[in-house]
Design a protein around this ligand. Structure first.
Ligand SMILES: [Zn+2]
Length: 354
């Protein structure tokens, strides 16, 4: 039987919608039809630290049908102040954030699908990781990855939402390729002051939640009403929760001559100019090594004489004073205790392989 509304329009079959979304369906901007669109939507969240956790939590509870959570890192005690999907057990187990997030979400919404990807988004895997997504949300902590997402999104006409927080300051922008400005229109080069300042400025969890709430709501608008949604914000919005200063600058139109969306010169997608990566808020270096599958049991045995070793299915940790090395099954490593790439490289070569 087809249900019709007062205007005689036929309404979608909503009989299978779970009662859990009843309050959201009552909200005029979503409705039953919107809820069905959310159930069919596929969203990638790149980076699952503070902002990524909050975004994933909100969209999972809102009933977005498929979330792909991409994160290269593991949970540590210093994350728990603001990274809402993790707990003390995750930190004690050094669980990869993507895995911990997917387990946490499964416990409160088993009706949606979460695909954890323990990986670093780079030019070589971006097609595999973002292909087929309807929307990409930024939960990263660095402009290198944001420029890469922007290049890919502009190239594929895929909407994405930029979000960043440092200290009590939060900033966000919706990028709709072909309509609005892109991130390169606004920041042709990495803005100082937003990059690598987590360590020096700290971060308030409330600023994280503010930016995630705004970005998640813009995401709902795009998923329910498309990127032409009339209430979609077309500005770069920033807010400092501590000083109460806020600003909005128009991003309604692309900047003439923009390298990315104007000239379509995708230097980040092409993989040019990628420096070594130093993780935000930590004294650590990441080593990319993708062609070296590691047998954790064998590696554990090999490293035993040189320090303290521990592993689970997802990570192997090796403490060799003053360094701490975390190895992932594909050979990628995060070496803590140095920002010197040469030192990190030599440790890796000595204990894992050159
Ligand atoms: Zn642009």
């Amino acid at each position: 039987m087809t249900t019709v509304n007062v205007n005689g329009d036929s309404l979608p079959d909503t009989s299978n919608l779970s009662d859990r979304y009843s309050r959201q369906i009552l909200f005029q901007g979503i409705g039953a039809e919107g809820q069905l669109k959310l159930a069919a939507a596929q969203v990638a969240i790149v980076g699952c630290g503070a902002t990524g956790s909050a975004l994933a939590g909100l969209l999972a509870r809102a009933g977005v049908g498929k979330l792909r959570i991409i994160d290269r890192d593991y949970v540590e005690p210093s994350n728990l102040q603001r990274q809402s999907l993790f707990d003390e057990t995750d930190a004690a187990d050094s669980l990869p954030k993507a895995i911990a997030a997917s387990r946490k979400i499964a416990a409160f919404n088993s009706e949606i699908e979460v695909e954890p990807k323990v990986d670093d988004l780079i030019p070589g895997n971006i097609e595999t990781l973002l292909n087929g997504m309807d929307l990409v949300l930024d939960g990263t902590d660095n402009f290198e990855t944001r420029y890469l997402i922007n290049d890919y999104a502009v190239d594929r006409s895929l909407p994405w939402v930029y979000s960043a927080t440092v200290g009590s300051y939060a900033v966000t922008l919706n990028v709709v390729p072909g309509q609005t400005a892109c991130i390169v229109c606004i920041f042709p080069d990495s803005p100082r002051g937003i990059v690598d300042t987590c360590e020096t400025s700290g971060i308030l969890n409330s600023a994280v939640n503010l930016v995630a709430s705004i970005a998640a709501t813009e995401a709902l608008k795009i998923l329910v009403h498309g990127s032409q949604a009339p209430t979609l914000r077309r500005t770069l919005l920033s807010f400092d929760l501590w000083t109460n200063e806020h600003a909005e600058i128009s991003a309604a139109k692309p900047r003439t001559g923009c390298r990315a969306c104007g000239e379509r010169d995708f230097i980040h997608l092409a993989g040019e100019g990628r420096p070594h990566i130093t993780l935000c808020g930590r004294n650590s270096v990441q080593i990319h090594e993708r062609q070296r599958p590691i047998d954790f049991t064998e590696m554990d045995r090999r490293l035993q004489p040189h320090g303290v070793v521990r592993h689970n299915d997802f990570v192997l940790k090796f403490w060799h004073d003053p360094y701490e090395m975390t190895l992932f099954p594909d050979g990628r490593a995060i070496i803590k205790g140095t920002t010197d790439t040469a030192v990190a490289r030599s440790l890796y070569a000595r204990y894992v392989g050159s």
